[in-house]
Every structure is written in structure tokens, then in C-alpha cells.
Design a protein around this ligand. Structure first.
Ligand code: PMP
Length: 439
């Protein structure tokens, strides 16, 4: 079958996508290898976004494909209730070595959103275990994205995700740190904005530290349109939370596994949280999986309390540590390490920065932001149609063979870490032409 009837596209209720506009011009991906997707008619699309920030090692890498195939033959599924299987212990140990400092116990989930909900529950369970029954307040950030579960939309700060739904009580939001007046066209971390962390002190003064369980932030916000943390900002959050017995959770769903250079953003930026959530790059996007790394002391407190009280930390998912995901995760970590991809991201980052900042001065471009192998090009919105200009660029780019991502009028780029310098030039030069042509 070549052309599809429009009603073939009806039964699948598409995530994040209006079926009606998709149906008018379906853009389908049929296969992928290394740096490219291919459409059903075989047209290559250069992947400028690593899928959705997840395919860090490039597509359909043999060792990962073979590990998944092998595992499907050996053990397709193992119940997560009172039973385990060897690979998931091995993966937890590998992650424990990869995560910074004493973040050496890992809880598995099926996605980033489940990882976020798990981390929030672990934080609350920890405070309860330490006898701080009143520490139930959670603090997130404006424009924060922590997935679409009820926990995630509560601590998250993207209004479109929250609107129309009930959210958890007792949640506050710090300001985001994006400021085009003070910090447009910053290269890497902006020098303006660390003082915004002091809002946490104000919230502590308002509510009392003894009511606050945890602060959750993305070290680098991705989905809100790439917000790079100001120099000193995360350090200040760390200092204030530590001083007041508040847990600091880093949502590294996007940033872990080399995206900003280093195995984690925590390592790259030198700020160590108490809990670290990852997903996406954990399996190179090939099998869904999320994970929460916690400090040994957090694990000990929660399980000891559980043993003493007889109430287990009763939480988990049918697919926590799924054998296929665990196999994919182990093979993925091997590829990252064998090919030195964290190091490669660090080495490529200056070239990437130079290339993306070369778009400065193009029509509509009002800011360019970057860190590691992430970049954002913000376009001025059309007054009558916010988001339409970037969406036009997205559509043209796809139709001409490059994949970008857009959020509002921000173009976000995060290519697989195997991208060559020539492919960076191809991506950015082509994008430059498209932006010039956009009205
Ligand atoms: N947290 C962050 C920081 C994310 O970027 C995302 C996904 N983009 C999530 C959580 C949610 O992950 P998932 O879509 O796998 O549930």
C-alpha cells in the first residue's frame, strides 16, 4: 500500500499532536540508522534532536539491537512483585557507579514521568522516615517540565500542561531563569540570574523549612525551550536546601548520558543532588525506561523505617526494570563508554556553540542559547499567531530533510552525540537557509 486513506490515521489518538492537522499532511518515520530517519518513501531526515532527546548514540546501533533481541529470547518478562532478575541488579550497579558521589541506589520505572512520581514519593517517604511528618511541601519551578503524571504537572510549571486538571496541594514554584533582556545570546551558562535561587529562602521564611520536603528542578530545562542554568544558580539552590534539610531532586531525563558533556549534568556542573531522575538516553530511546538514583542514606532511611514500622515503601510498576529495558540499558552504557561519547560531547561542544551562534543576525532570531550538545534558537513570535513561525520552520525543515524540535517559537536542537562536524555544518547551514526564507 502506498498512499494511505485519511481515515487510516483516525484510531490512533496522537500524543502532543492534533490528529486533524497531522492528517492534513502526515509526516511518517519508517526506519532509522545512525544519524538519520527515513520516511516511508525512503527519504533521509538528518536527526537534529536525537529523536526526542533520547537517541544519544544514534539510531539502531547493532550492540543495542542485538542485546534486545537476545534478551527477548532469554527472558521476556519477570514479575516485579517479590521477584527479580539478574540484569536489573547489574544495571543498577552500573548506574550507581556512573552517578555522582553516593547516589548509588536505583529505583526503576517505565518512563520519565513515572520516574518523577517515584522520586517525589521517595522524597516524602524519606522525610517521614526521619520523623519529619510535616515536611510535605514540594517546590518546583515556573516553566519546569517533569512529565505529565499528576505529580509531574503539579511541580511542573508549564501552564498548558496543568490547565484544566487538579494538581497536588502544597506546591510552590520558583521563578524560571530565562531573561532575554539581561542574558540574550549568552554562550553556555548566562552570568545573570544566580540571585533567583534566593527566592527559595523567601519561601522558607514564608512556610518554615520544617514544612518543605524537596525542591525539584531540571538542571537544564529542555521542554520549556532550553533554559540554561545561570552561573552559580544551582550551587545556591544546593547550599540553601542542604542548610535546611530539604532534599534537592535533579530531573536529568534530558541531561543525563552525555547531553551536556559528562555522564550527568550534575557531574558537568559540579552540583550534586540527593535524587537524580533519568530516562530517555538510559536505553538510547530503544525501550521505555526511567530511573531514580538516590543517595545511600535515603535508601537506608526509607527501608529501615519500613522494616521498623512494618509498612513497606509500597511503590513500583509492572515494568520497573523490565528485562528488555535492562538489557538495552546495559548495552547502551557499553556503547557510550566504548565510544567515549560523554567525552565526545564535551569535545564537540565548542564547535557546536560556534555553529549555532553563527545564526545570530538572521531575521526573527532574538536569542540563541546552548550548553553541551543542546541549543535553542528563539524566534520572534508573529503577533497574530504565537508559535506559528517556528512551526513553519519545523514543517519546512522536515520536508527538506532535517529534524528539529519546536516549543512555542523556540527551535531546540540536541543531535545524537555521534554527529560529525560536517553534519553539524549541514544541519545549521540548512536551518539558516530555512529561517531566512521564513516570513
Ligand atoms: N522530565 C523531563 C525533564 C523531561 O524532559 C521529560 C520528557 N521530555 C519528562 C520528565 C517525562 O518523560 P516521559 O515523557 O518519558 O514520561
Amino acid at each position: 500500500m502506498t498512499a494511505r486513506a485519511a481515515n487510516d490515521l483516525d484510531p490512533f489518538w496522537m500524543p502532543f499532536t492534533a490528529n486533524r492537522s497531522f492528517k492534513a499532511h502526515p509526516r511518517l518515520l519508517a526506519s532509522a540508522r545512525d544519524m538519520h530517519y527515513f520516511t516511508p518513501d525512503g527519504r533521509p531526515i538528518l536527526d537534529g534532536t536525537a529523536g526526542l532527546w533520547c537517541v544519544n548514540a544514534g539510531h539502531a546501533r547493532r550492540p543495542i539491537v542485538e542485546a534486545i533481541q537476545r534478551q527477548a529470547e532469554i527472558l521476556d518478562y519477570a514479575p516485579t512483585f517479590q521477584l527479580g532478575h539478574p540484569l536489573v541488579f547489574e544495571l543498577a550497579a552500573r548506574l550507581g557507579m556512573l552517578f555522582p558521589a553516593d547516589i548509588d541506589h536505583v529505583f526503576f520505572a517505565g518512563s520519565g514521568s513515572e520516574g518523577v512520581d517515584s522520586a517525589l514519593k521517595i522524597a516524602l517517604a524519606y522525610q517521614r522516615a526521619k520523623g519529619f511528618e510535616n515536611r510535605t511541601r514540594l517546590i518546583g519551578r515556573q516553566k519546569g517540565y517533569h512529565g505529565v503524571g499528576f505529580g509531574g504537572i503539579s511541580v511542573g510549571g508549564l501552564e498548558n500542561n496543568r490547565r484544566g486538571f487538579p494538581t497536588l496541594p502544597g506546591v510552590d514554584h520558583l521563578s524560571h531563569t530565562l531573561n532575554l533582556k539581561e542574558a540574550a545570546f549568552s554562550r553556555g551558562q548566562p552570568t545573570w540570574g544566580a540571585h533567583l535561587a534566593d527566592e527559595l529562602d523567601a519561601l522558607i521564611a514564608e512556610h518554615g523549612a520544617e514544612t518543605i520536603a524537596a525542591v525539584i528542578v531540571e538542571p537544564l530545562s529542555g521542554s520549556a525551550g532550553v533554559i540554561v542554568p545561570p552561573v552559580g544558580y544551582l550551587e545556591r539552590l544546593r547550599e540553601i536546601t542542604a542548610r535546611h534539610g530539604i532534599l534537592l531532586i535533579f530531573d536529568e531525563v534530558i541531561t543525563a548520558f552525555g547531553r551536556v558533556g559528562g555522564a550527568t549534568a550534575s557531574e558537568t556542573l559540579g552540583v550534586i543532588p540527593d535524587l537524580l531522575i533519568c530516562a530517555k538516553g538510559l536505553t538510547n530511546g530503544a525501550v521505555p525506561m526511567g530511573a531514580v538514583g538516590v543517595r545511600g542514606a535515603i535508601y537506608e532511611a526509607v527501608v529501615n523505617q519500613a522494616a521498623a514500622s512494618g509498612i513497606e515503601f509500597f511503590h513500583g510498576y509492572t515494568y520497573s526494570g523490565h528485562p528488555l529495558a535492562a538489557a538495552a540499558g546495559l548495552a547502551t552504557l557499553d556503547v557510550y563508554e566504548d565510544e567515549g561519547l560523554y567525552q565526545r560531547a564535551t569535545e564537540l561542544a565548542p564547535y557546536w556553540e560556534e555553529a549555532v551562534h553563527g545564526l545570530r543576525g538572521l531575521p526573527h532570531v532574538i536569542d540563541i542559547r546552548n550548553l553541551g550538545m543542546v541549543a535553542a534558537i528563539e524566534l520572534a513570535a508573529r503577533p497574530d499567531a504565537p508559535g506559528a513561525r517556528a512551526m513553519d520552520v519545523f514543517h519546512t525543515a522536515f520536508d527538506e530533510g532535517i529534524l528539529i524540535r519546536v516549543t512555542g517559537d523556540v527551535i531546540a536542537l540536541s543531535p545524537p552525540l555521534i554527529i560529525s562536524r560536517a553534519q553539524i555544518d549541514e544541519l545549521i547551514d540548512h536551518l539558516s537557509q530555512i529561517i531566512r526564507r521564513t516570513r
